[in-house]
Every structure is written in structure tokens, then in C-alpha cells.
Design a protein around this ligand. Structure first.
Ligand code: NAP
Length: 251
């Protein structure tokens, strides 16, 4: 096995139908992994990407705004013959409004999907990995707002900052159990999540001005970091939040 080879491994990727999740699923398949895509929408495009890489794709339909989905996801993955090797917690939502006007519904929706469900899926996955006695990798998709405050996204900032802390806690508890827990913090990526920002000419210009790389990220820009954190190359990497941001945090 080479440092970046994922042959014989299975990766569970949440929110795999679009954006960063689809790119990571296709990228991990390109490195040799079979893919279990988890989401609430059809994942036909991702299935085609994975098949083009010659790997197996299994779709699991689940609403990750509900923490109890975690058990169902791991049970269906096991029933499909998938082992708990790699988990990418990518599914996420964002709600934008001034903090003065922010509603409880927008708070709960984001915290439930972006943090609560992630914890319980990590827990269910880790139990399966420990029971199987196989080394495993968890990659959480964090954010620049795991480091910074942001603006008009209070529940998203709270969830992604919480996710950074959770990543470190789980790394501390599970490193000695053979599970690496790390996160990727994407910069500004051209996906559905950022449509509103890109549509606002002033915000778009402000953002672009600050990115040393001089452009928004594309979902594919996240693939190298995902392969690294999923692969034997990262066997001694625990609890890190790896920015892939075109240099944004260096400014
Ligand atoms: P996206 O294109 O909106 O993808 C989000 C994914 O999450 C979709 O597959 C979506 O499914 C899924 N999802 C949302 N709620 C779900 C639920 N209740 N149950 C199951 N699946 C659900 O956005 P993206 O930018 O690729 O986001 C992926 C991750 O990257 C998120 O965690 C996001 O916070 C993070 N991120 C994005 C950026 C950025 O600039 N784009 C930056 C930093 C971090 P549907 O298609 O069915 O809605």
C-alpha cells in the first residue's frame, strides 16, 4: 500500500450529491475507495463519477437534520456490506440573517444538521470501527468560521466553531483506538452554499480582494486534502483543522 492509496477501503460521504461532497466522493474513488453516499437527494451524478473511477457506489437516503439517522446510516451501510473505514461528515446548511433578527428555527436547523448529527454519526461510525477492529479515519468539513466570527450567520459560526472543538475532543479520545479524527476548513467555494454571496457584487468583490490565490475555490480544490486525511499518509495526524482556503487565513 502506498501513502495515498485507498484501495480496499470504503468511504461514507454525507451530502454526496453536489458541491464539496460530490467532489470528495469522486476524488476518494479515484484514489481507490468504494463510496457510500448519504443524503436526502438523488445522487445519480456522484454514482456516475464513482463508476467512472471503477469503484462501487452505494446510496443511503437519510435526513441528517435528525440525529437518529446516524444509527440507520451505519445499519444500512453494514447491510450493504460496507465497512467503517472512512467517514466524511460533509452535509451542512447555512441560514443568513442579522443576529438581532435571528430565529430559533434558524438556530436549531443549523445546529442539528451541522453539529448534533455529526457527533452522533461519528459515534455510530466509531463504535462500528472499534467493533470491527479496523483502523479508521474521520474527516469533518469545518469552515473558516471554525476560526473566525463571520457576519449574519450566528448558528453556522456556532456550529462550525463547535465542530472544530468536537474534532479535537474526538481525536483525543479515539487516537489510541486507531481512529484519526481531523477536519478540512474550506475557504470560499463555488457551491449552492455560497450562491447568495456570489450574487451580491459588493460582498463578492470584498471576498475576492482578500483571497491571496485571487479566485474562489472550486469543489475539486478540497480533494487533495481529503485523500491525504483518509490515507495512510495521515496515520499520525490527529485533531488538526486543515485550511484549504487559497491563503485567506494567512492575511
Ligand atoms: P451544498 O452544495 O449546499 O451541499 C450541501 C450538502 O449537504 C448537500 O448534499 C445537501 O443535500 C446536504 N444536506 C444538507 N442538509 C441535509 C440533511 N438534512 N440531510 C442530508 N443531507 C443534507 O454546499 P457545499 O458548499 O458543498 O457544503 C458542503 C459542506 O462544506 C458543508 O458542511 C458546508 O458548511 C461546508 N463548507 C462550505 C463552504 C463553501 O464556501 N461552499 C465553505 C466552508 C465549508 P441537498 O442537496 O439535498 O440539500
Amino acid at each position: 500500500m502506498t501513502l495515498f492509496d485507498l484501495s480496499g477501503r470504503t468511504a461514507i460521504v454525507t451530502g454526496a450529491n453536489t458541491g464539496i461532497g460530490r467532489a470528495i466522493a469522486a476524488g476518494l474513488a479515484g484514489a481507490g475507495a468504494d463510496i457510500v453516499g448519504v443524503g436526502r437527494s438523488a445522487m445519480t451524478g456522484t454514482e456516475a463519477d464513482v463508476a467512472a473511477a471503477g469503484r462501487r457506489f452505494t446510496a443511503i437516503h437519510a435526513d441528517l437534520s435528525r440525529a437518529e439517522s446516524a444509527g440507520k446510516v451505519m445499519a444500512e451501510a453494514a447491510a450493504a456490506g460496507a465497512v467503517a473505514d472512512i467517514l466524511v461528515n460533509n452535509a451542512g446548511i447555512i441560514r443568513r440573517a442579522d443576529a438581532l433578527d435571528f430565529t430559533e428555527e434558524d438556530w436549531d436547523a443549523v445546529l442539528d444538521t451541522n453539529l448534533k448529527s455529526v457527533f452522533f454519526l461519528c459515534q455510530a461510525f466509531a463504535r462500528a470501527a472499534i467493533t470491527a477492529g479496523r483502523p479508521a479515519k474521520i474527516i469533518n468539513i469545518a469552515s473558516l468560521l471554525s476560526f473566525q466570527g463571520g457576519i449574519r450567520v450566528p448558528s453556522y459560526t456556532a456550529a462550525k466553531s463547535g465542530l472544530a472543538g468536537l474534532t479535537k475532543l474526538l481525536a483525543n479520545e479515539w487516537a489510541a483506538r486507531g481512529i484519526n479524527v481531523n477536519a478540512i476548513a474550506p475557504g470560499y467555494v463555488e457551491t449552492n452554499n455560497t450562491t447568495a454571496l456570489r450574487a451580491d457584487a459588493e460582498r463578492n468583490a470584498d471576498i475576492l480582494k482578500r483571497i491571496p490565490a485571487g479566485r474562489w475555490a472550486r469543489p475539486d480544490d478540497m480533494v487533495g486534502a481529503a485523500i491525504f486525511l483518509a490515507a495512510p499518509a495521515a496515520d499520525y495526524v490527529h485533531g488538526t483543522i486543515l485550511p484549504v482556503d487559497g491563503g485567506w487565513l494567512a492575511r
